[in-house]
Design a protein around this ligand. Structure first.
Ligand code: ZN
Length: 285
């Protein structure tokens, strides 16, 4: 199989959250099955505990912070999911052939569509936590993300005023969560900021502008993902569409900048590829 897996980032996780919101709430859980030990590696009591918490429970809401997704239950517990590198949460009619990399399955009393966790590379995981409905313990150290309605804009703007390079700050999940490499490059291009600019050199106004761009990039990606989102199948097609249509910096090395016509360059730093325009994203000296 020549499948390319794009690492799920905030827009993909948000698309999954919206899909689950429409498909798995208010349906009492009948059975829980786990097929791979790595899927349970964050669960202190393993599969037994996971199953004990969820069997008979009912999801009543969906929540997300950064790339963490959780489903509170009526009893005040929660199931937490992290998709890792290749994880997918699928809601499919029961009785079909199991996908090749099926790692867990949750079925419901109504015998309607079941929830499947499929994860080829097993960097993702599921976890159930008693009392975790408000904020699962694994999420407590994660900073707010730009789309979080409860997040304080001023706190995020202030958090970017640091000595570190602005791109590293955008990627630091303890500073601001949910902005991956692609979205960081796009937000920096839109704001006209070189990624190696120390955050401390950016004015409050510029940091606010960057944050606005980051938020808009994420919303654009969600909108692109949403167009191909099928109610019963949460796939990666949306991200493919987004890749093809909407990127201004990421993946455009050697092509002309859509704003100034300079050639976009790609450089590796900090273990990641960065794409930017030398014409309109100039490093201050
Ligand atoms: Zn340019």
């Amino acid at each position: 199989m020549g499948d390319t897996y794009f690492m799920p980032e905030l827009p993909e996780v948000e698309t999954v959250r919206r899909g689950l919101e429409r498909t798995v709430l208010d349906r009492p859980i009948a059975h829980v099955e786990v097929f791979h030990p790595r899927t349970m590696r964050r669960q202190p009591g393993g599969e037994q505990e996971f199953s004990d918490i969820l069997t008979g429970a009912t999801f009543i809401a969906t929540a997300r912070r950064g790339k963490f997704l959780w489903l509170p239950t009526a009893a005040g517990d929660a199931m937490l999911a992290h998709l890792g590198m290749s994880g997918q949460l699928l809601v499919v009619p029961p009785g079909g052939e199991d996908p090749k990399h099926l790692r867990a399955r949750i079925t419901f009393d109504d015998e309607g569509p079941e929830l499947q966790f499929v994860d080829q590379r097993t960097f993702g995981y599921l976890m159930a936590e008693r009392g975790g409905a408000q904020l699962p313990s694994l999420v407590a150290h994660i900073a707010a993300d730009p789309l979080d309605e409860s997040s304080d804009e001023d706190v995020l703007v202030a958090a970017l005023h640091r000595r570190g390079e602005i791109k590293k700050l955008l990627l630091d999940q303890q500073v601001i969560s949910g902005i991956g490499n692609i979205y960081a490059d796009e937000a920096l291009w839109r704001a006209g900021i070189h990624g190696r600019t120390p955050g401390i050199l950016l004015s409050e106004e510029k940091r606010r502008e960057l944050l606005d761009h980051a938020r808009q990039v994420l919303l654009d990606a969600i909108a692109a993902g949403g167009t191909s989102f099928d109610e019963l199948y949460v796939g990666i097609d949306g991200e493919k569409g987004w890749f093809e249509r909407s990127l201004d910096a990421y993946g455009r090395a050697g092509q002309a900048c859509r704003r100034c016509g300079e050639i976009i360059v790609r450089e590796k730093w900090g273990g990641r590829s960065s794409h930017w325009c030398p014409g309109c994203q100039v490093l201050p000296n």
